[in-house]
Design a protein around this ligand. Structure first.
Ligand SMILES: [Zn+2]
Length: 386
């Protein structure tokens, strides 16, 4: 045996295979933001307004990391009520955003990749439709393309979340009054020749193609599509999630019958898929500060219920160490995919008490429906196989 072969044999037999290095990352928040104490108003007033905030992919580990990096304070922690929601979908233990969004938007556990469509293929009404049936105003504010799974589950129906043109083609028949997000490239120059901006303009929507244009619009039906794809990261887009959410609240709250608004921190998940810790933290901070804006608004408007949760957990993310005083964290993404861990639910304001406990993501729909119908103090039965 030659020396070379002998060396190779030793290398193969004696040296244990090296496992890939754990991808531990560090982050320090250089600019922690101040967090105010926000007092919850009277819980037992009838619910007129509901704001559902979804941090895409944002589990308790992600929030704990943000809490530590912001020196032990988060706006979300002003919510006095917490619960736990299970996220599995009809055909998989580990869901995607389409099936998870559908569960919260419609109360039905559906198949992976479906938006507001049941396993048998029928279209499902979302909380937007249900609120509209109660003569409430409605809206969605997101930082992703409007064809992305979460807004699609509230505003469209499709068996394929990847059918971007088909989903955007549903927006003219969506019953949302205030729509803010990205994805303008799917509204025009479409394979079917339709111009969705023109169609929605004819339906009475005021169209904005930038935040500045949206800010200048008078209150009324609004379609603001401010980026060709997803909105850029917070460092580039600025405070538009907070600003657009506040504009939506000011617009929708003109209806004395109240409103339903869904706000999504859409890009937390995207950063987590790519294991980009700093980017993910900036998105969570932006979402938390938006939660602060929403909670402060709700505190001034009794009769408002705020529910803050996630659609699923992303990245098998863990907070492995750090320093609370320095706002320093070390953390680890163990996968580039979603995982099957239950997610936290935080609630604030009228009817918030119903959100304590352990339940299915479909029960978030049921509890919001009960609240909007004035049944918030009754127990909501948990359907095991919904
Ligand atoms: Zn995802």
């Amino acid at each position: 045996m030659t020396l070379l072969l002998r060396v190779l044999a030793c290398a193969l037999l004696l040296v244990p295979p090296q496992l890939p290095a754990a991808d531990t990352q560090s982050f320090i928040s250089e600019k922690p933001y101040p967090v105010a104490n926000i007092r919850e108003p009277e819980q037992h007033l009838p619910v007129n307004n509901v704001i559902l905030m979804i941090g895409d992919g944002m589990g308790i580990h992600h929030l704990s990391a943000a809490w530590a990096a912001n020196r032990g304070r988060l706006f979300i922690e002003n919510c006095p009520v917490t619960g736990i929601a299970k996220t599995w979908c009809r055909d998989k233990l580990v869901t995607d955003s389409a099936a998870a969004g559908t569960a919260m938007a419609t109360g039905t556990k559906t198949l992976y990749k479906r938006v507001a469509t049941c396993p048998e293929g029928n279209k499902l009404d979302s909380l937007i439709d249900k609120a509209k049936d109660m003569e409430k105003s409605t809206g969605v504010v997101v930082t992703c393309e409007l064809n992305d799974a979460t807004p699609a589950a509230f505003c469209a129906n499709n068996e394929k979340r990847s059918d971007s043109y088909g989903i955007i083609g549903d927006y003219p028949r969506s019953r949302a009054d205030f729509i803010f997000g990205g994805g303008s490239k799917y509204f025009t120059q479409r394979p079917d020749g339709r111009d969705i901006f023109k169609e929605m303009g004819a339906l009475g929507y005021k169209i904005a193609r930038s935040w500045e244009e949206a800010a200048a619009l008078p209150p009324g039906k609004t379609l603001a599509v401010v980026a060709p794809g997803n909105l850029p990261p917070p460092g580039k887009r600025g405070a538009v999630l907070r600003q657009a959410t506040l504009k939506a609240l000011e617009t929708l709250s003109r209806n004395p019958r109240g409103f339903f608004l869904m706000v999504e921190g859409s890009n937390i998940d995207k950063a987590a898929h790519h294991g980009k810790l700093a980017e993910m933290m900036e998105e969570i901070f932006d979402f938390d500060r938006t939660a602060g804006t929403v909670l402060e608004w709700a505190a001034r408007h009794p009769g408002t219920l705020v529910v803050i949760t996630a659609d699923h957990n992303t990245g098998a993310f863990s907070l492995s160490g750090g320093n609370l005083e320095k706002g320093e964290i070390t953390a680890l993404f163990s996968s580039g995919n979603h995982d099957g861990v239950a997610v936290p639910v935080y609630a604030f304001g009228s009817g918030s008490g119903a959100f304590t406990g352990i339940y299915e993501n479909t029960d978030i729909f049921r509890k919001i429906m009960a609240a909007m119908k004035g049944e918030e103090n009754k127990a909501v039965p948990v359907k095991k196989d919904s």
